[in-house]
Design a protein around this ligand. Structure first.
Ligand SMILES: C[S@@+](CC[C@H](N)C(=O)[O-])C[C@H]1O[C@@H](n2cnc3c(N)ncnc32)[C@H](O)[C@@H]1O
Length: 200
């Protein structure tokens, strides 16, 4: 199975923008800019995996995981022991959890090397979950505000040296992270800048 086939199988019928809108309206946050929705593409996750070179047994997190595309593609494309997404909007979290179940039931049996791999999603704020065991992080943070980027930067300082972090558009603000590389890349909503950091 290719990443494109995986996309069509698990996400062909998933309407992330509608799920985000309905989920935000349930909590009265329709217009909150930090909850603006947008998605990665399989190609962009492939590039992120090439740049971060995940090793067998490592752990991946997506902070603000939407319908779960980045988590599931990262799990599919790299030898992570576990890939976990954290999402604040319930409708998105529910959809991602359904896709994780389908990944386990329909995709993993076709790829025996993925047998022991875990893919899961956590509901709630990324700031309420311990992620200090992560090795590779992604956060699609284009619409997060400056205080939130400071908060993410401080949270990630808890990670071990060598941890890799990929951000979109906005950067980390902690001196504990070295910017290795930044590059334009086309995501689901248009051209963005991917920034690659390493924990010192
Ligand atoms: C631009 S979307 C990215 C979705 C997914 N990572 C992707 O790239 O396809 C950002 C997501 O972050 C979520 N989010 C915003 N603040 C959050 C928080 N404090 N904790 C967890 N998720 C949050 C939003 O609801 C939204 O789904």
């Amino acid at each position: 199975m290719t990443a494109t086939e995986l996309h069509d199988l698990l996400f062909g019928a998933v309407q992330g923008y509608s799920l985000s809108a309905s989920g935000r309206s349930k909590v009265g946050r329709e217009a909150d800019p930090v909850l603006t929705y947008g998605e990665i593409t399989p190609e962009s996750v492939q590039y992120m995996m090439e740049m971060t070179n995940p090793q067998p047994g490592e752990i991946f997190y997506d902070l603000g995981s939407g319908t779960g595309k980045a988590v599931i593609f990262a799990a599919f494309l790299a030898p992570f022991k576990r890939a976990t997404g954290i999402e604040l909007i319930d409708d998105l979290f529910q959809s991602a959890s359904e896709s994780a179940a389908r990944y386990h039931n329909e995709v993993k049996p076709l790829h025996p090397e993925k047998n022991d791999q875990e893919v899961n999603f956590r509901f709630g704020s990324m700031f309420d979950h311990d992620t200090s065991d992560g090795d590779v992080f992604f956060t699609h943070c284009t619409c997060f505000d400056d205080p939130m980027m400071d908060q993410i930067s401080r949270k990630l300082e808890a990670c071990k040296p060598g941890t890799r972090v990929i951000t979109v558009t906005k950067g980390l603000t902690s001196p504990e992270f070295e910017l290795l590389h930044s590059t334009p890349f086309r995501l689901g909503w248009g051209e963005a800048t991917l920034c690659f950091y390493r924990r010192k």
